[in-house]
Ligand binder design. Structure first.
Ligand code: PMP
Length: 429
């Protein structure tokens, strides 16, 4: 399929050669590169990406899963246009932020206080710092294969897919402890060893980059209970899952009571965002006007935090989601359909994981029938997954970031899934 791809994408090849001279790996996010070169995009609408050679792709990457309503959704675009007419950078308190926060605080019970940043990475970085300030402890536990962005606080030596070290340049790696997903006994065994200095545990309720694997609710409850007893904070990273399956977070449906929740992606409607929210008494450690100096946590923000364009796109997106709850039943059921049909197509050669509108396929080459953590997912044939995704890009005009999970937006239909499943069967047989 490489030959077919090269034939289809001569302009991308030329431009990417230029890009490779200018940028490390030719990209500005490690995962965006794939062999022989990624296509260079020219425009996007709805469920489609169009590259510089005018090839059209059905997109299942959807802006790092941030575009639940599709590319360039009309209301979001109109709201942004209006805002840009007024201004795109104030650097001061603005109305757009208050509007978005009113929506988030109503939809997410733990969001008694909110701080915005411009990426999920920053949100989790501050969540970790806050946990350390609040508890006076240092160690943070994360999940094997959990992904919270590139913050040095959460990069642990060998991570998903457990082949490459992430720790070069990271100091204080010994302050990060890693526990296995969905294995409460093994996780508690590790946590107990560090209980005296455990500031908090950070977990994705659906492991995203680490294999698209939902957490078992008893697992999360068990970890939460341990945290509460141990005076360690229970932090849920809902950067992918927030507003993905329902209007709000997924944790209330699991009867959880986190101390801090991080959001991002969908809440910015496709513009740069990270959100840290939490219980008032915890978030107030970040209050530099009230707290004693010795108790303050320097949870900042940055030049572009709560900028009016991100706030506007977020508000427009959440408003649509709030007023059209059938969006969730629609995309969740398309997700169920995709998992069912892909499972049939793989006929034992693959396991399809995910939840709602998120799904991922794992090529089983070792008799694995169940995937409940990242280590199991990593044992699958990740090369085959990559090749399958590349075939769909090159041959079928279907785009998954090779090796990653797919996201269904409100612009995808069952018909799109049928085509994707056909392309899958074609690859497998
Ligand atoms: N947390 C999770 C669960 C993520 O999936 C990601 C990004 N994919 C991040 C944090 C980091 O967000 P960002 O890329 O915006 O820094």
């Amino acid at each position: 399929y490489t030959r077919e791809y090269k034939k289809k994408t001569p302009q991308s090849a030329k431009l990417f050669a230029k890009s490779a001279k200018l940028h490390v790996n030719g990209v500005s996010h490690n995962i965006r590169f794939y062999e022989p070169y990624p296509f260079v995009v020219k425009s996007s609408t709805g469920k489609n990406l169009v590259d510089v050679d005018s090839n059209k792709y059905t997109d299942y990457w959807m802006g790092h899963w941030s575009l639940i309503l599709g590319h360039r959704q009309k209301n979001v675009k109109d709201a942004l246009k209006k805002q840009i007419e007024k201004s795109w950078m104030y650097g001061t308190v603005n109305m757009q932020t208050i509007l978005l926060s009113e929506l988030i605080s109503k939809a997410v019970p733990v969001a008694e206080k909110i701080r915005y940043v411009t990426s999920g990475t920053e949100a989790t970085m501050y969540a970790v710092r806050l946990a350390r300030s609040v508890t006076g402890k240092k160690i943070i536990a994360k999940i094997d294969g959990g992904w919270h962005g590139y913050t040095s606080d959460l990069l642990k030596s060998v991570n998903w897919p457990f082949t490459e070290s992430e720790s070069s340049g990271v100091v204080n790696e010994e302050k990060i402890v890693s526990i296995p997903y969905n294995d409460l006994e093994a996780s508690l065994f590790i946590l107990k060893k560090h209980s005296n200095d455990l500031a908090g545990v950070i977990i994705e309720p659906v492991l995203g980059g680490g294999g698209c694997i939902p957490a078992e609710s008893d697992y999360l409850k068990g970890i939460q209970e341990f945290c509460k007893k141990n005076n360690s904070l229970f932090i849920l990273d809902e950067i992918v899952t927030g507003f993905r399956f329902r209007y709000g977070c997924i944790y209330p449906t699991m009867k959880l009571d986190p101390d801090i929740v991080t959001l991002g992606k969908i809440t910015g409607g496709g513009m740069a965002i990270g959100v840290m929210c939490g219980k008032k008494e915890i978030m107030e450690y970040a209050d530099t006007t009230g707290k004693k100096k010795s108790e303050r946590s320097y949870v900042g923000g940055g030049t572009f935090s709560a900028n009016p364009t991100s706030m506007t796109a977020g508000f427009a997106t959440l408003s649509i989601l709030k007023n059209n709850k059938s969006i969730y039943s629609t995309i969740n059921s398309i997700g169920d359909y995709a998992r069912k049909e892909l499972t049939k197509a793989f006929d034992g050669k693959g396991v399809v994981t995910g939840k709602g509108s998120l799904f991922m396929t794992h090529f089983v080459n070792n008799g694995t029938v169940e995937i409940t953590n990242a280590a199991q997912a990593a044992k699958c044939d990740t090369r085959a997954l990559h090749d399958y995704h590349f075939k769909m890009i090159a041959h079928d005009g279907i785009f998954f970031l090779p090796g990653k999970l797919g996201a269904i937006s409100y612009t995808h239909t069952k018909q799109d899934i049928k085509k994707m499943v056909l392309a899958t069967s074609d690859y497998l047989h």
